[in-house]
Design a protein around this ligand. Sequence first.
Ligand code: UD1
Ligand code: UDP
Length: 370
Amino acid sequence: MKNYKTKICIILGTRPEIIKMAPIVRECQKKGLDYFILHTGQHYSQKMDEIFFKDLNLPGSKYNLKTGGQPYRKQVGIMVKNITAVLLKEKPDAVVVQGDTISVLAGALAANKLGIKLVHHEAGLRSHDTSMLEEVIRVIVDHISDLLMVPTEDALKNLQQEGKDLGKVFVTGNTIVDAVLQNAKIADKKTKILKKLKLKNRDYFLTTFHRAENVDKKERLEKILKGLELVFCKFNIPIIFPIHPRTKNKISEFKLALPKGVFETEPAGFLEFLQLEKNAKLILTDSGGIQEEAFILGVPCVTLRDNTERSETIKLKMNMLAGTNPKKILEATEKMIGRKIAKGDKKNPFGDGKAAEKIIRIILEEQKYE
Ligand code: UD1
Ligand code: UDP
């Protein structure tokens, strides 16, 4: 049994990773653990990065590799090289990565090569669509991880079907539930975004989309915008659109315009975004995390994709896949409006808000018996 403190390296790089790692950081702080944050710098604009450290009251990262804005093939190489250098210097016992971004892939490759225990939070998610880079990353990282922290029973089944060694898999829930529960009341108190945007409760739609598959192709992006136009024509309430920088760049590059009724804002901080989600009539999105949050907050969701790895939200009838066909986007919106979580389905498939506590407990337990 080891007699020194377990040292944990938390790797993150993008907006959703900062949000979903925050409860894990908080747990490390609470337990007085030896840990540090390594930021790949994949996201770097103030509204995609710093604002979340502030909103979530997080300590700064010890390292920032500043790799943002470069092509992936170059970025992954630089990340692996520089993460390896940090890991060699710091010698952590465990490296924690979360989700399916290239920061996760680079962190996982570096830890695996050095033989450092690799912990994957949000393991087991599958869209079964390998044209999505994120799906490829999920499969690779799950198959080289030492400890797989699985958020839901569906994710566990996915791993069982792939023949994973179940000794290493733990169903913990998703830390997004922890983050929402920890911050919803704070958001109520601290933010005035509805007032600022002159919005009334349940009298607006909220939309976000940024997936490469949707916005890097002019035709698909145009179809989504057309779908939003049809939604506005039918319901005549504003569609609020905190725009991801990738989407903003592509709309400008393709010389497209936002349709009437769609109001662009800068990307919102987490507290403001929670407020916007919570009070929306319905959310239209291609985001993974937002599909989960819509469910947690009981707001109906239309997903602007042909598939999803958040299968639970579909089964529980709070989310519907619309793809990018404008008519389908309108039809799905009409079907989902007013939808509420069925009385018997109150148990949240994404967990009970204690995922971070479980994840840290498991890491420490596993380390004890090395
Ligand atoms: C990445 C993830 C995606 C995740 C998303 C969360 C990969 C392959 N993709 O996609 O899975 O859902 O983050 O938001 O890892 N940009 C800025 N400022 C920023 C960040 C990005 O201007 O702070 C612009 C840059 O032009 C950049 C582009 O957006 O090149 C795309 O950013 P990138 O991190 O490569 O991919 P995302 O689309 O954000
Ligand atoms: N989010 C935010 N402000 C925004 C849009 C999203 O705080 O303007 C948060 C949202 O609450 C969720 C996360 O960002 O927790 C989702 O990130 P994103 O959609 O970029 O990535 P994905 O989940 O698709 O990987």
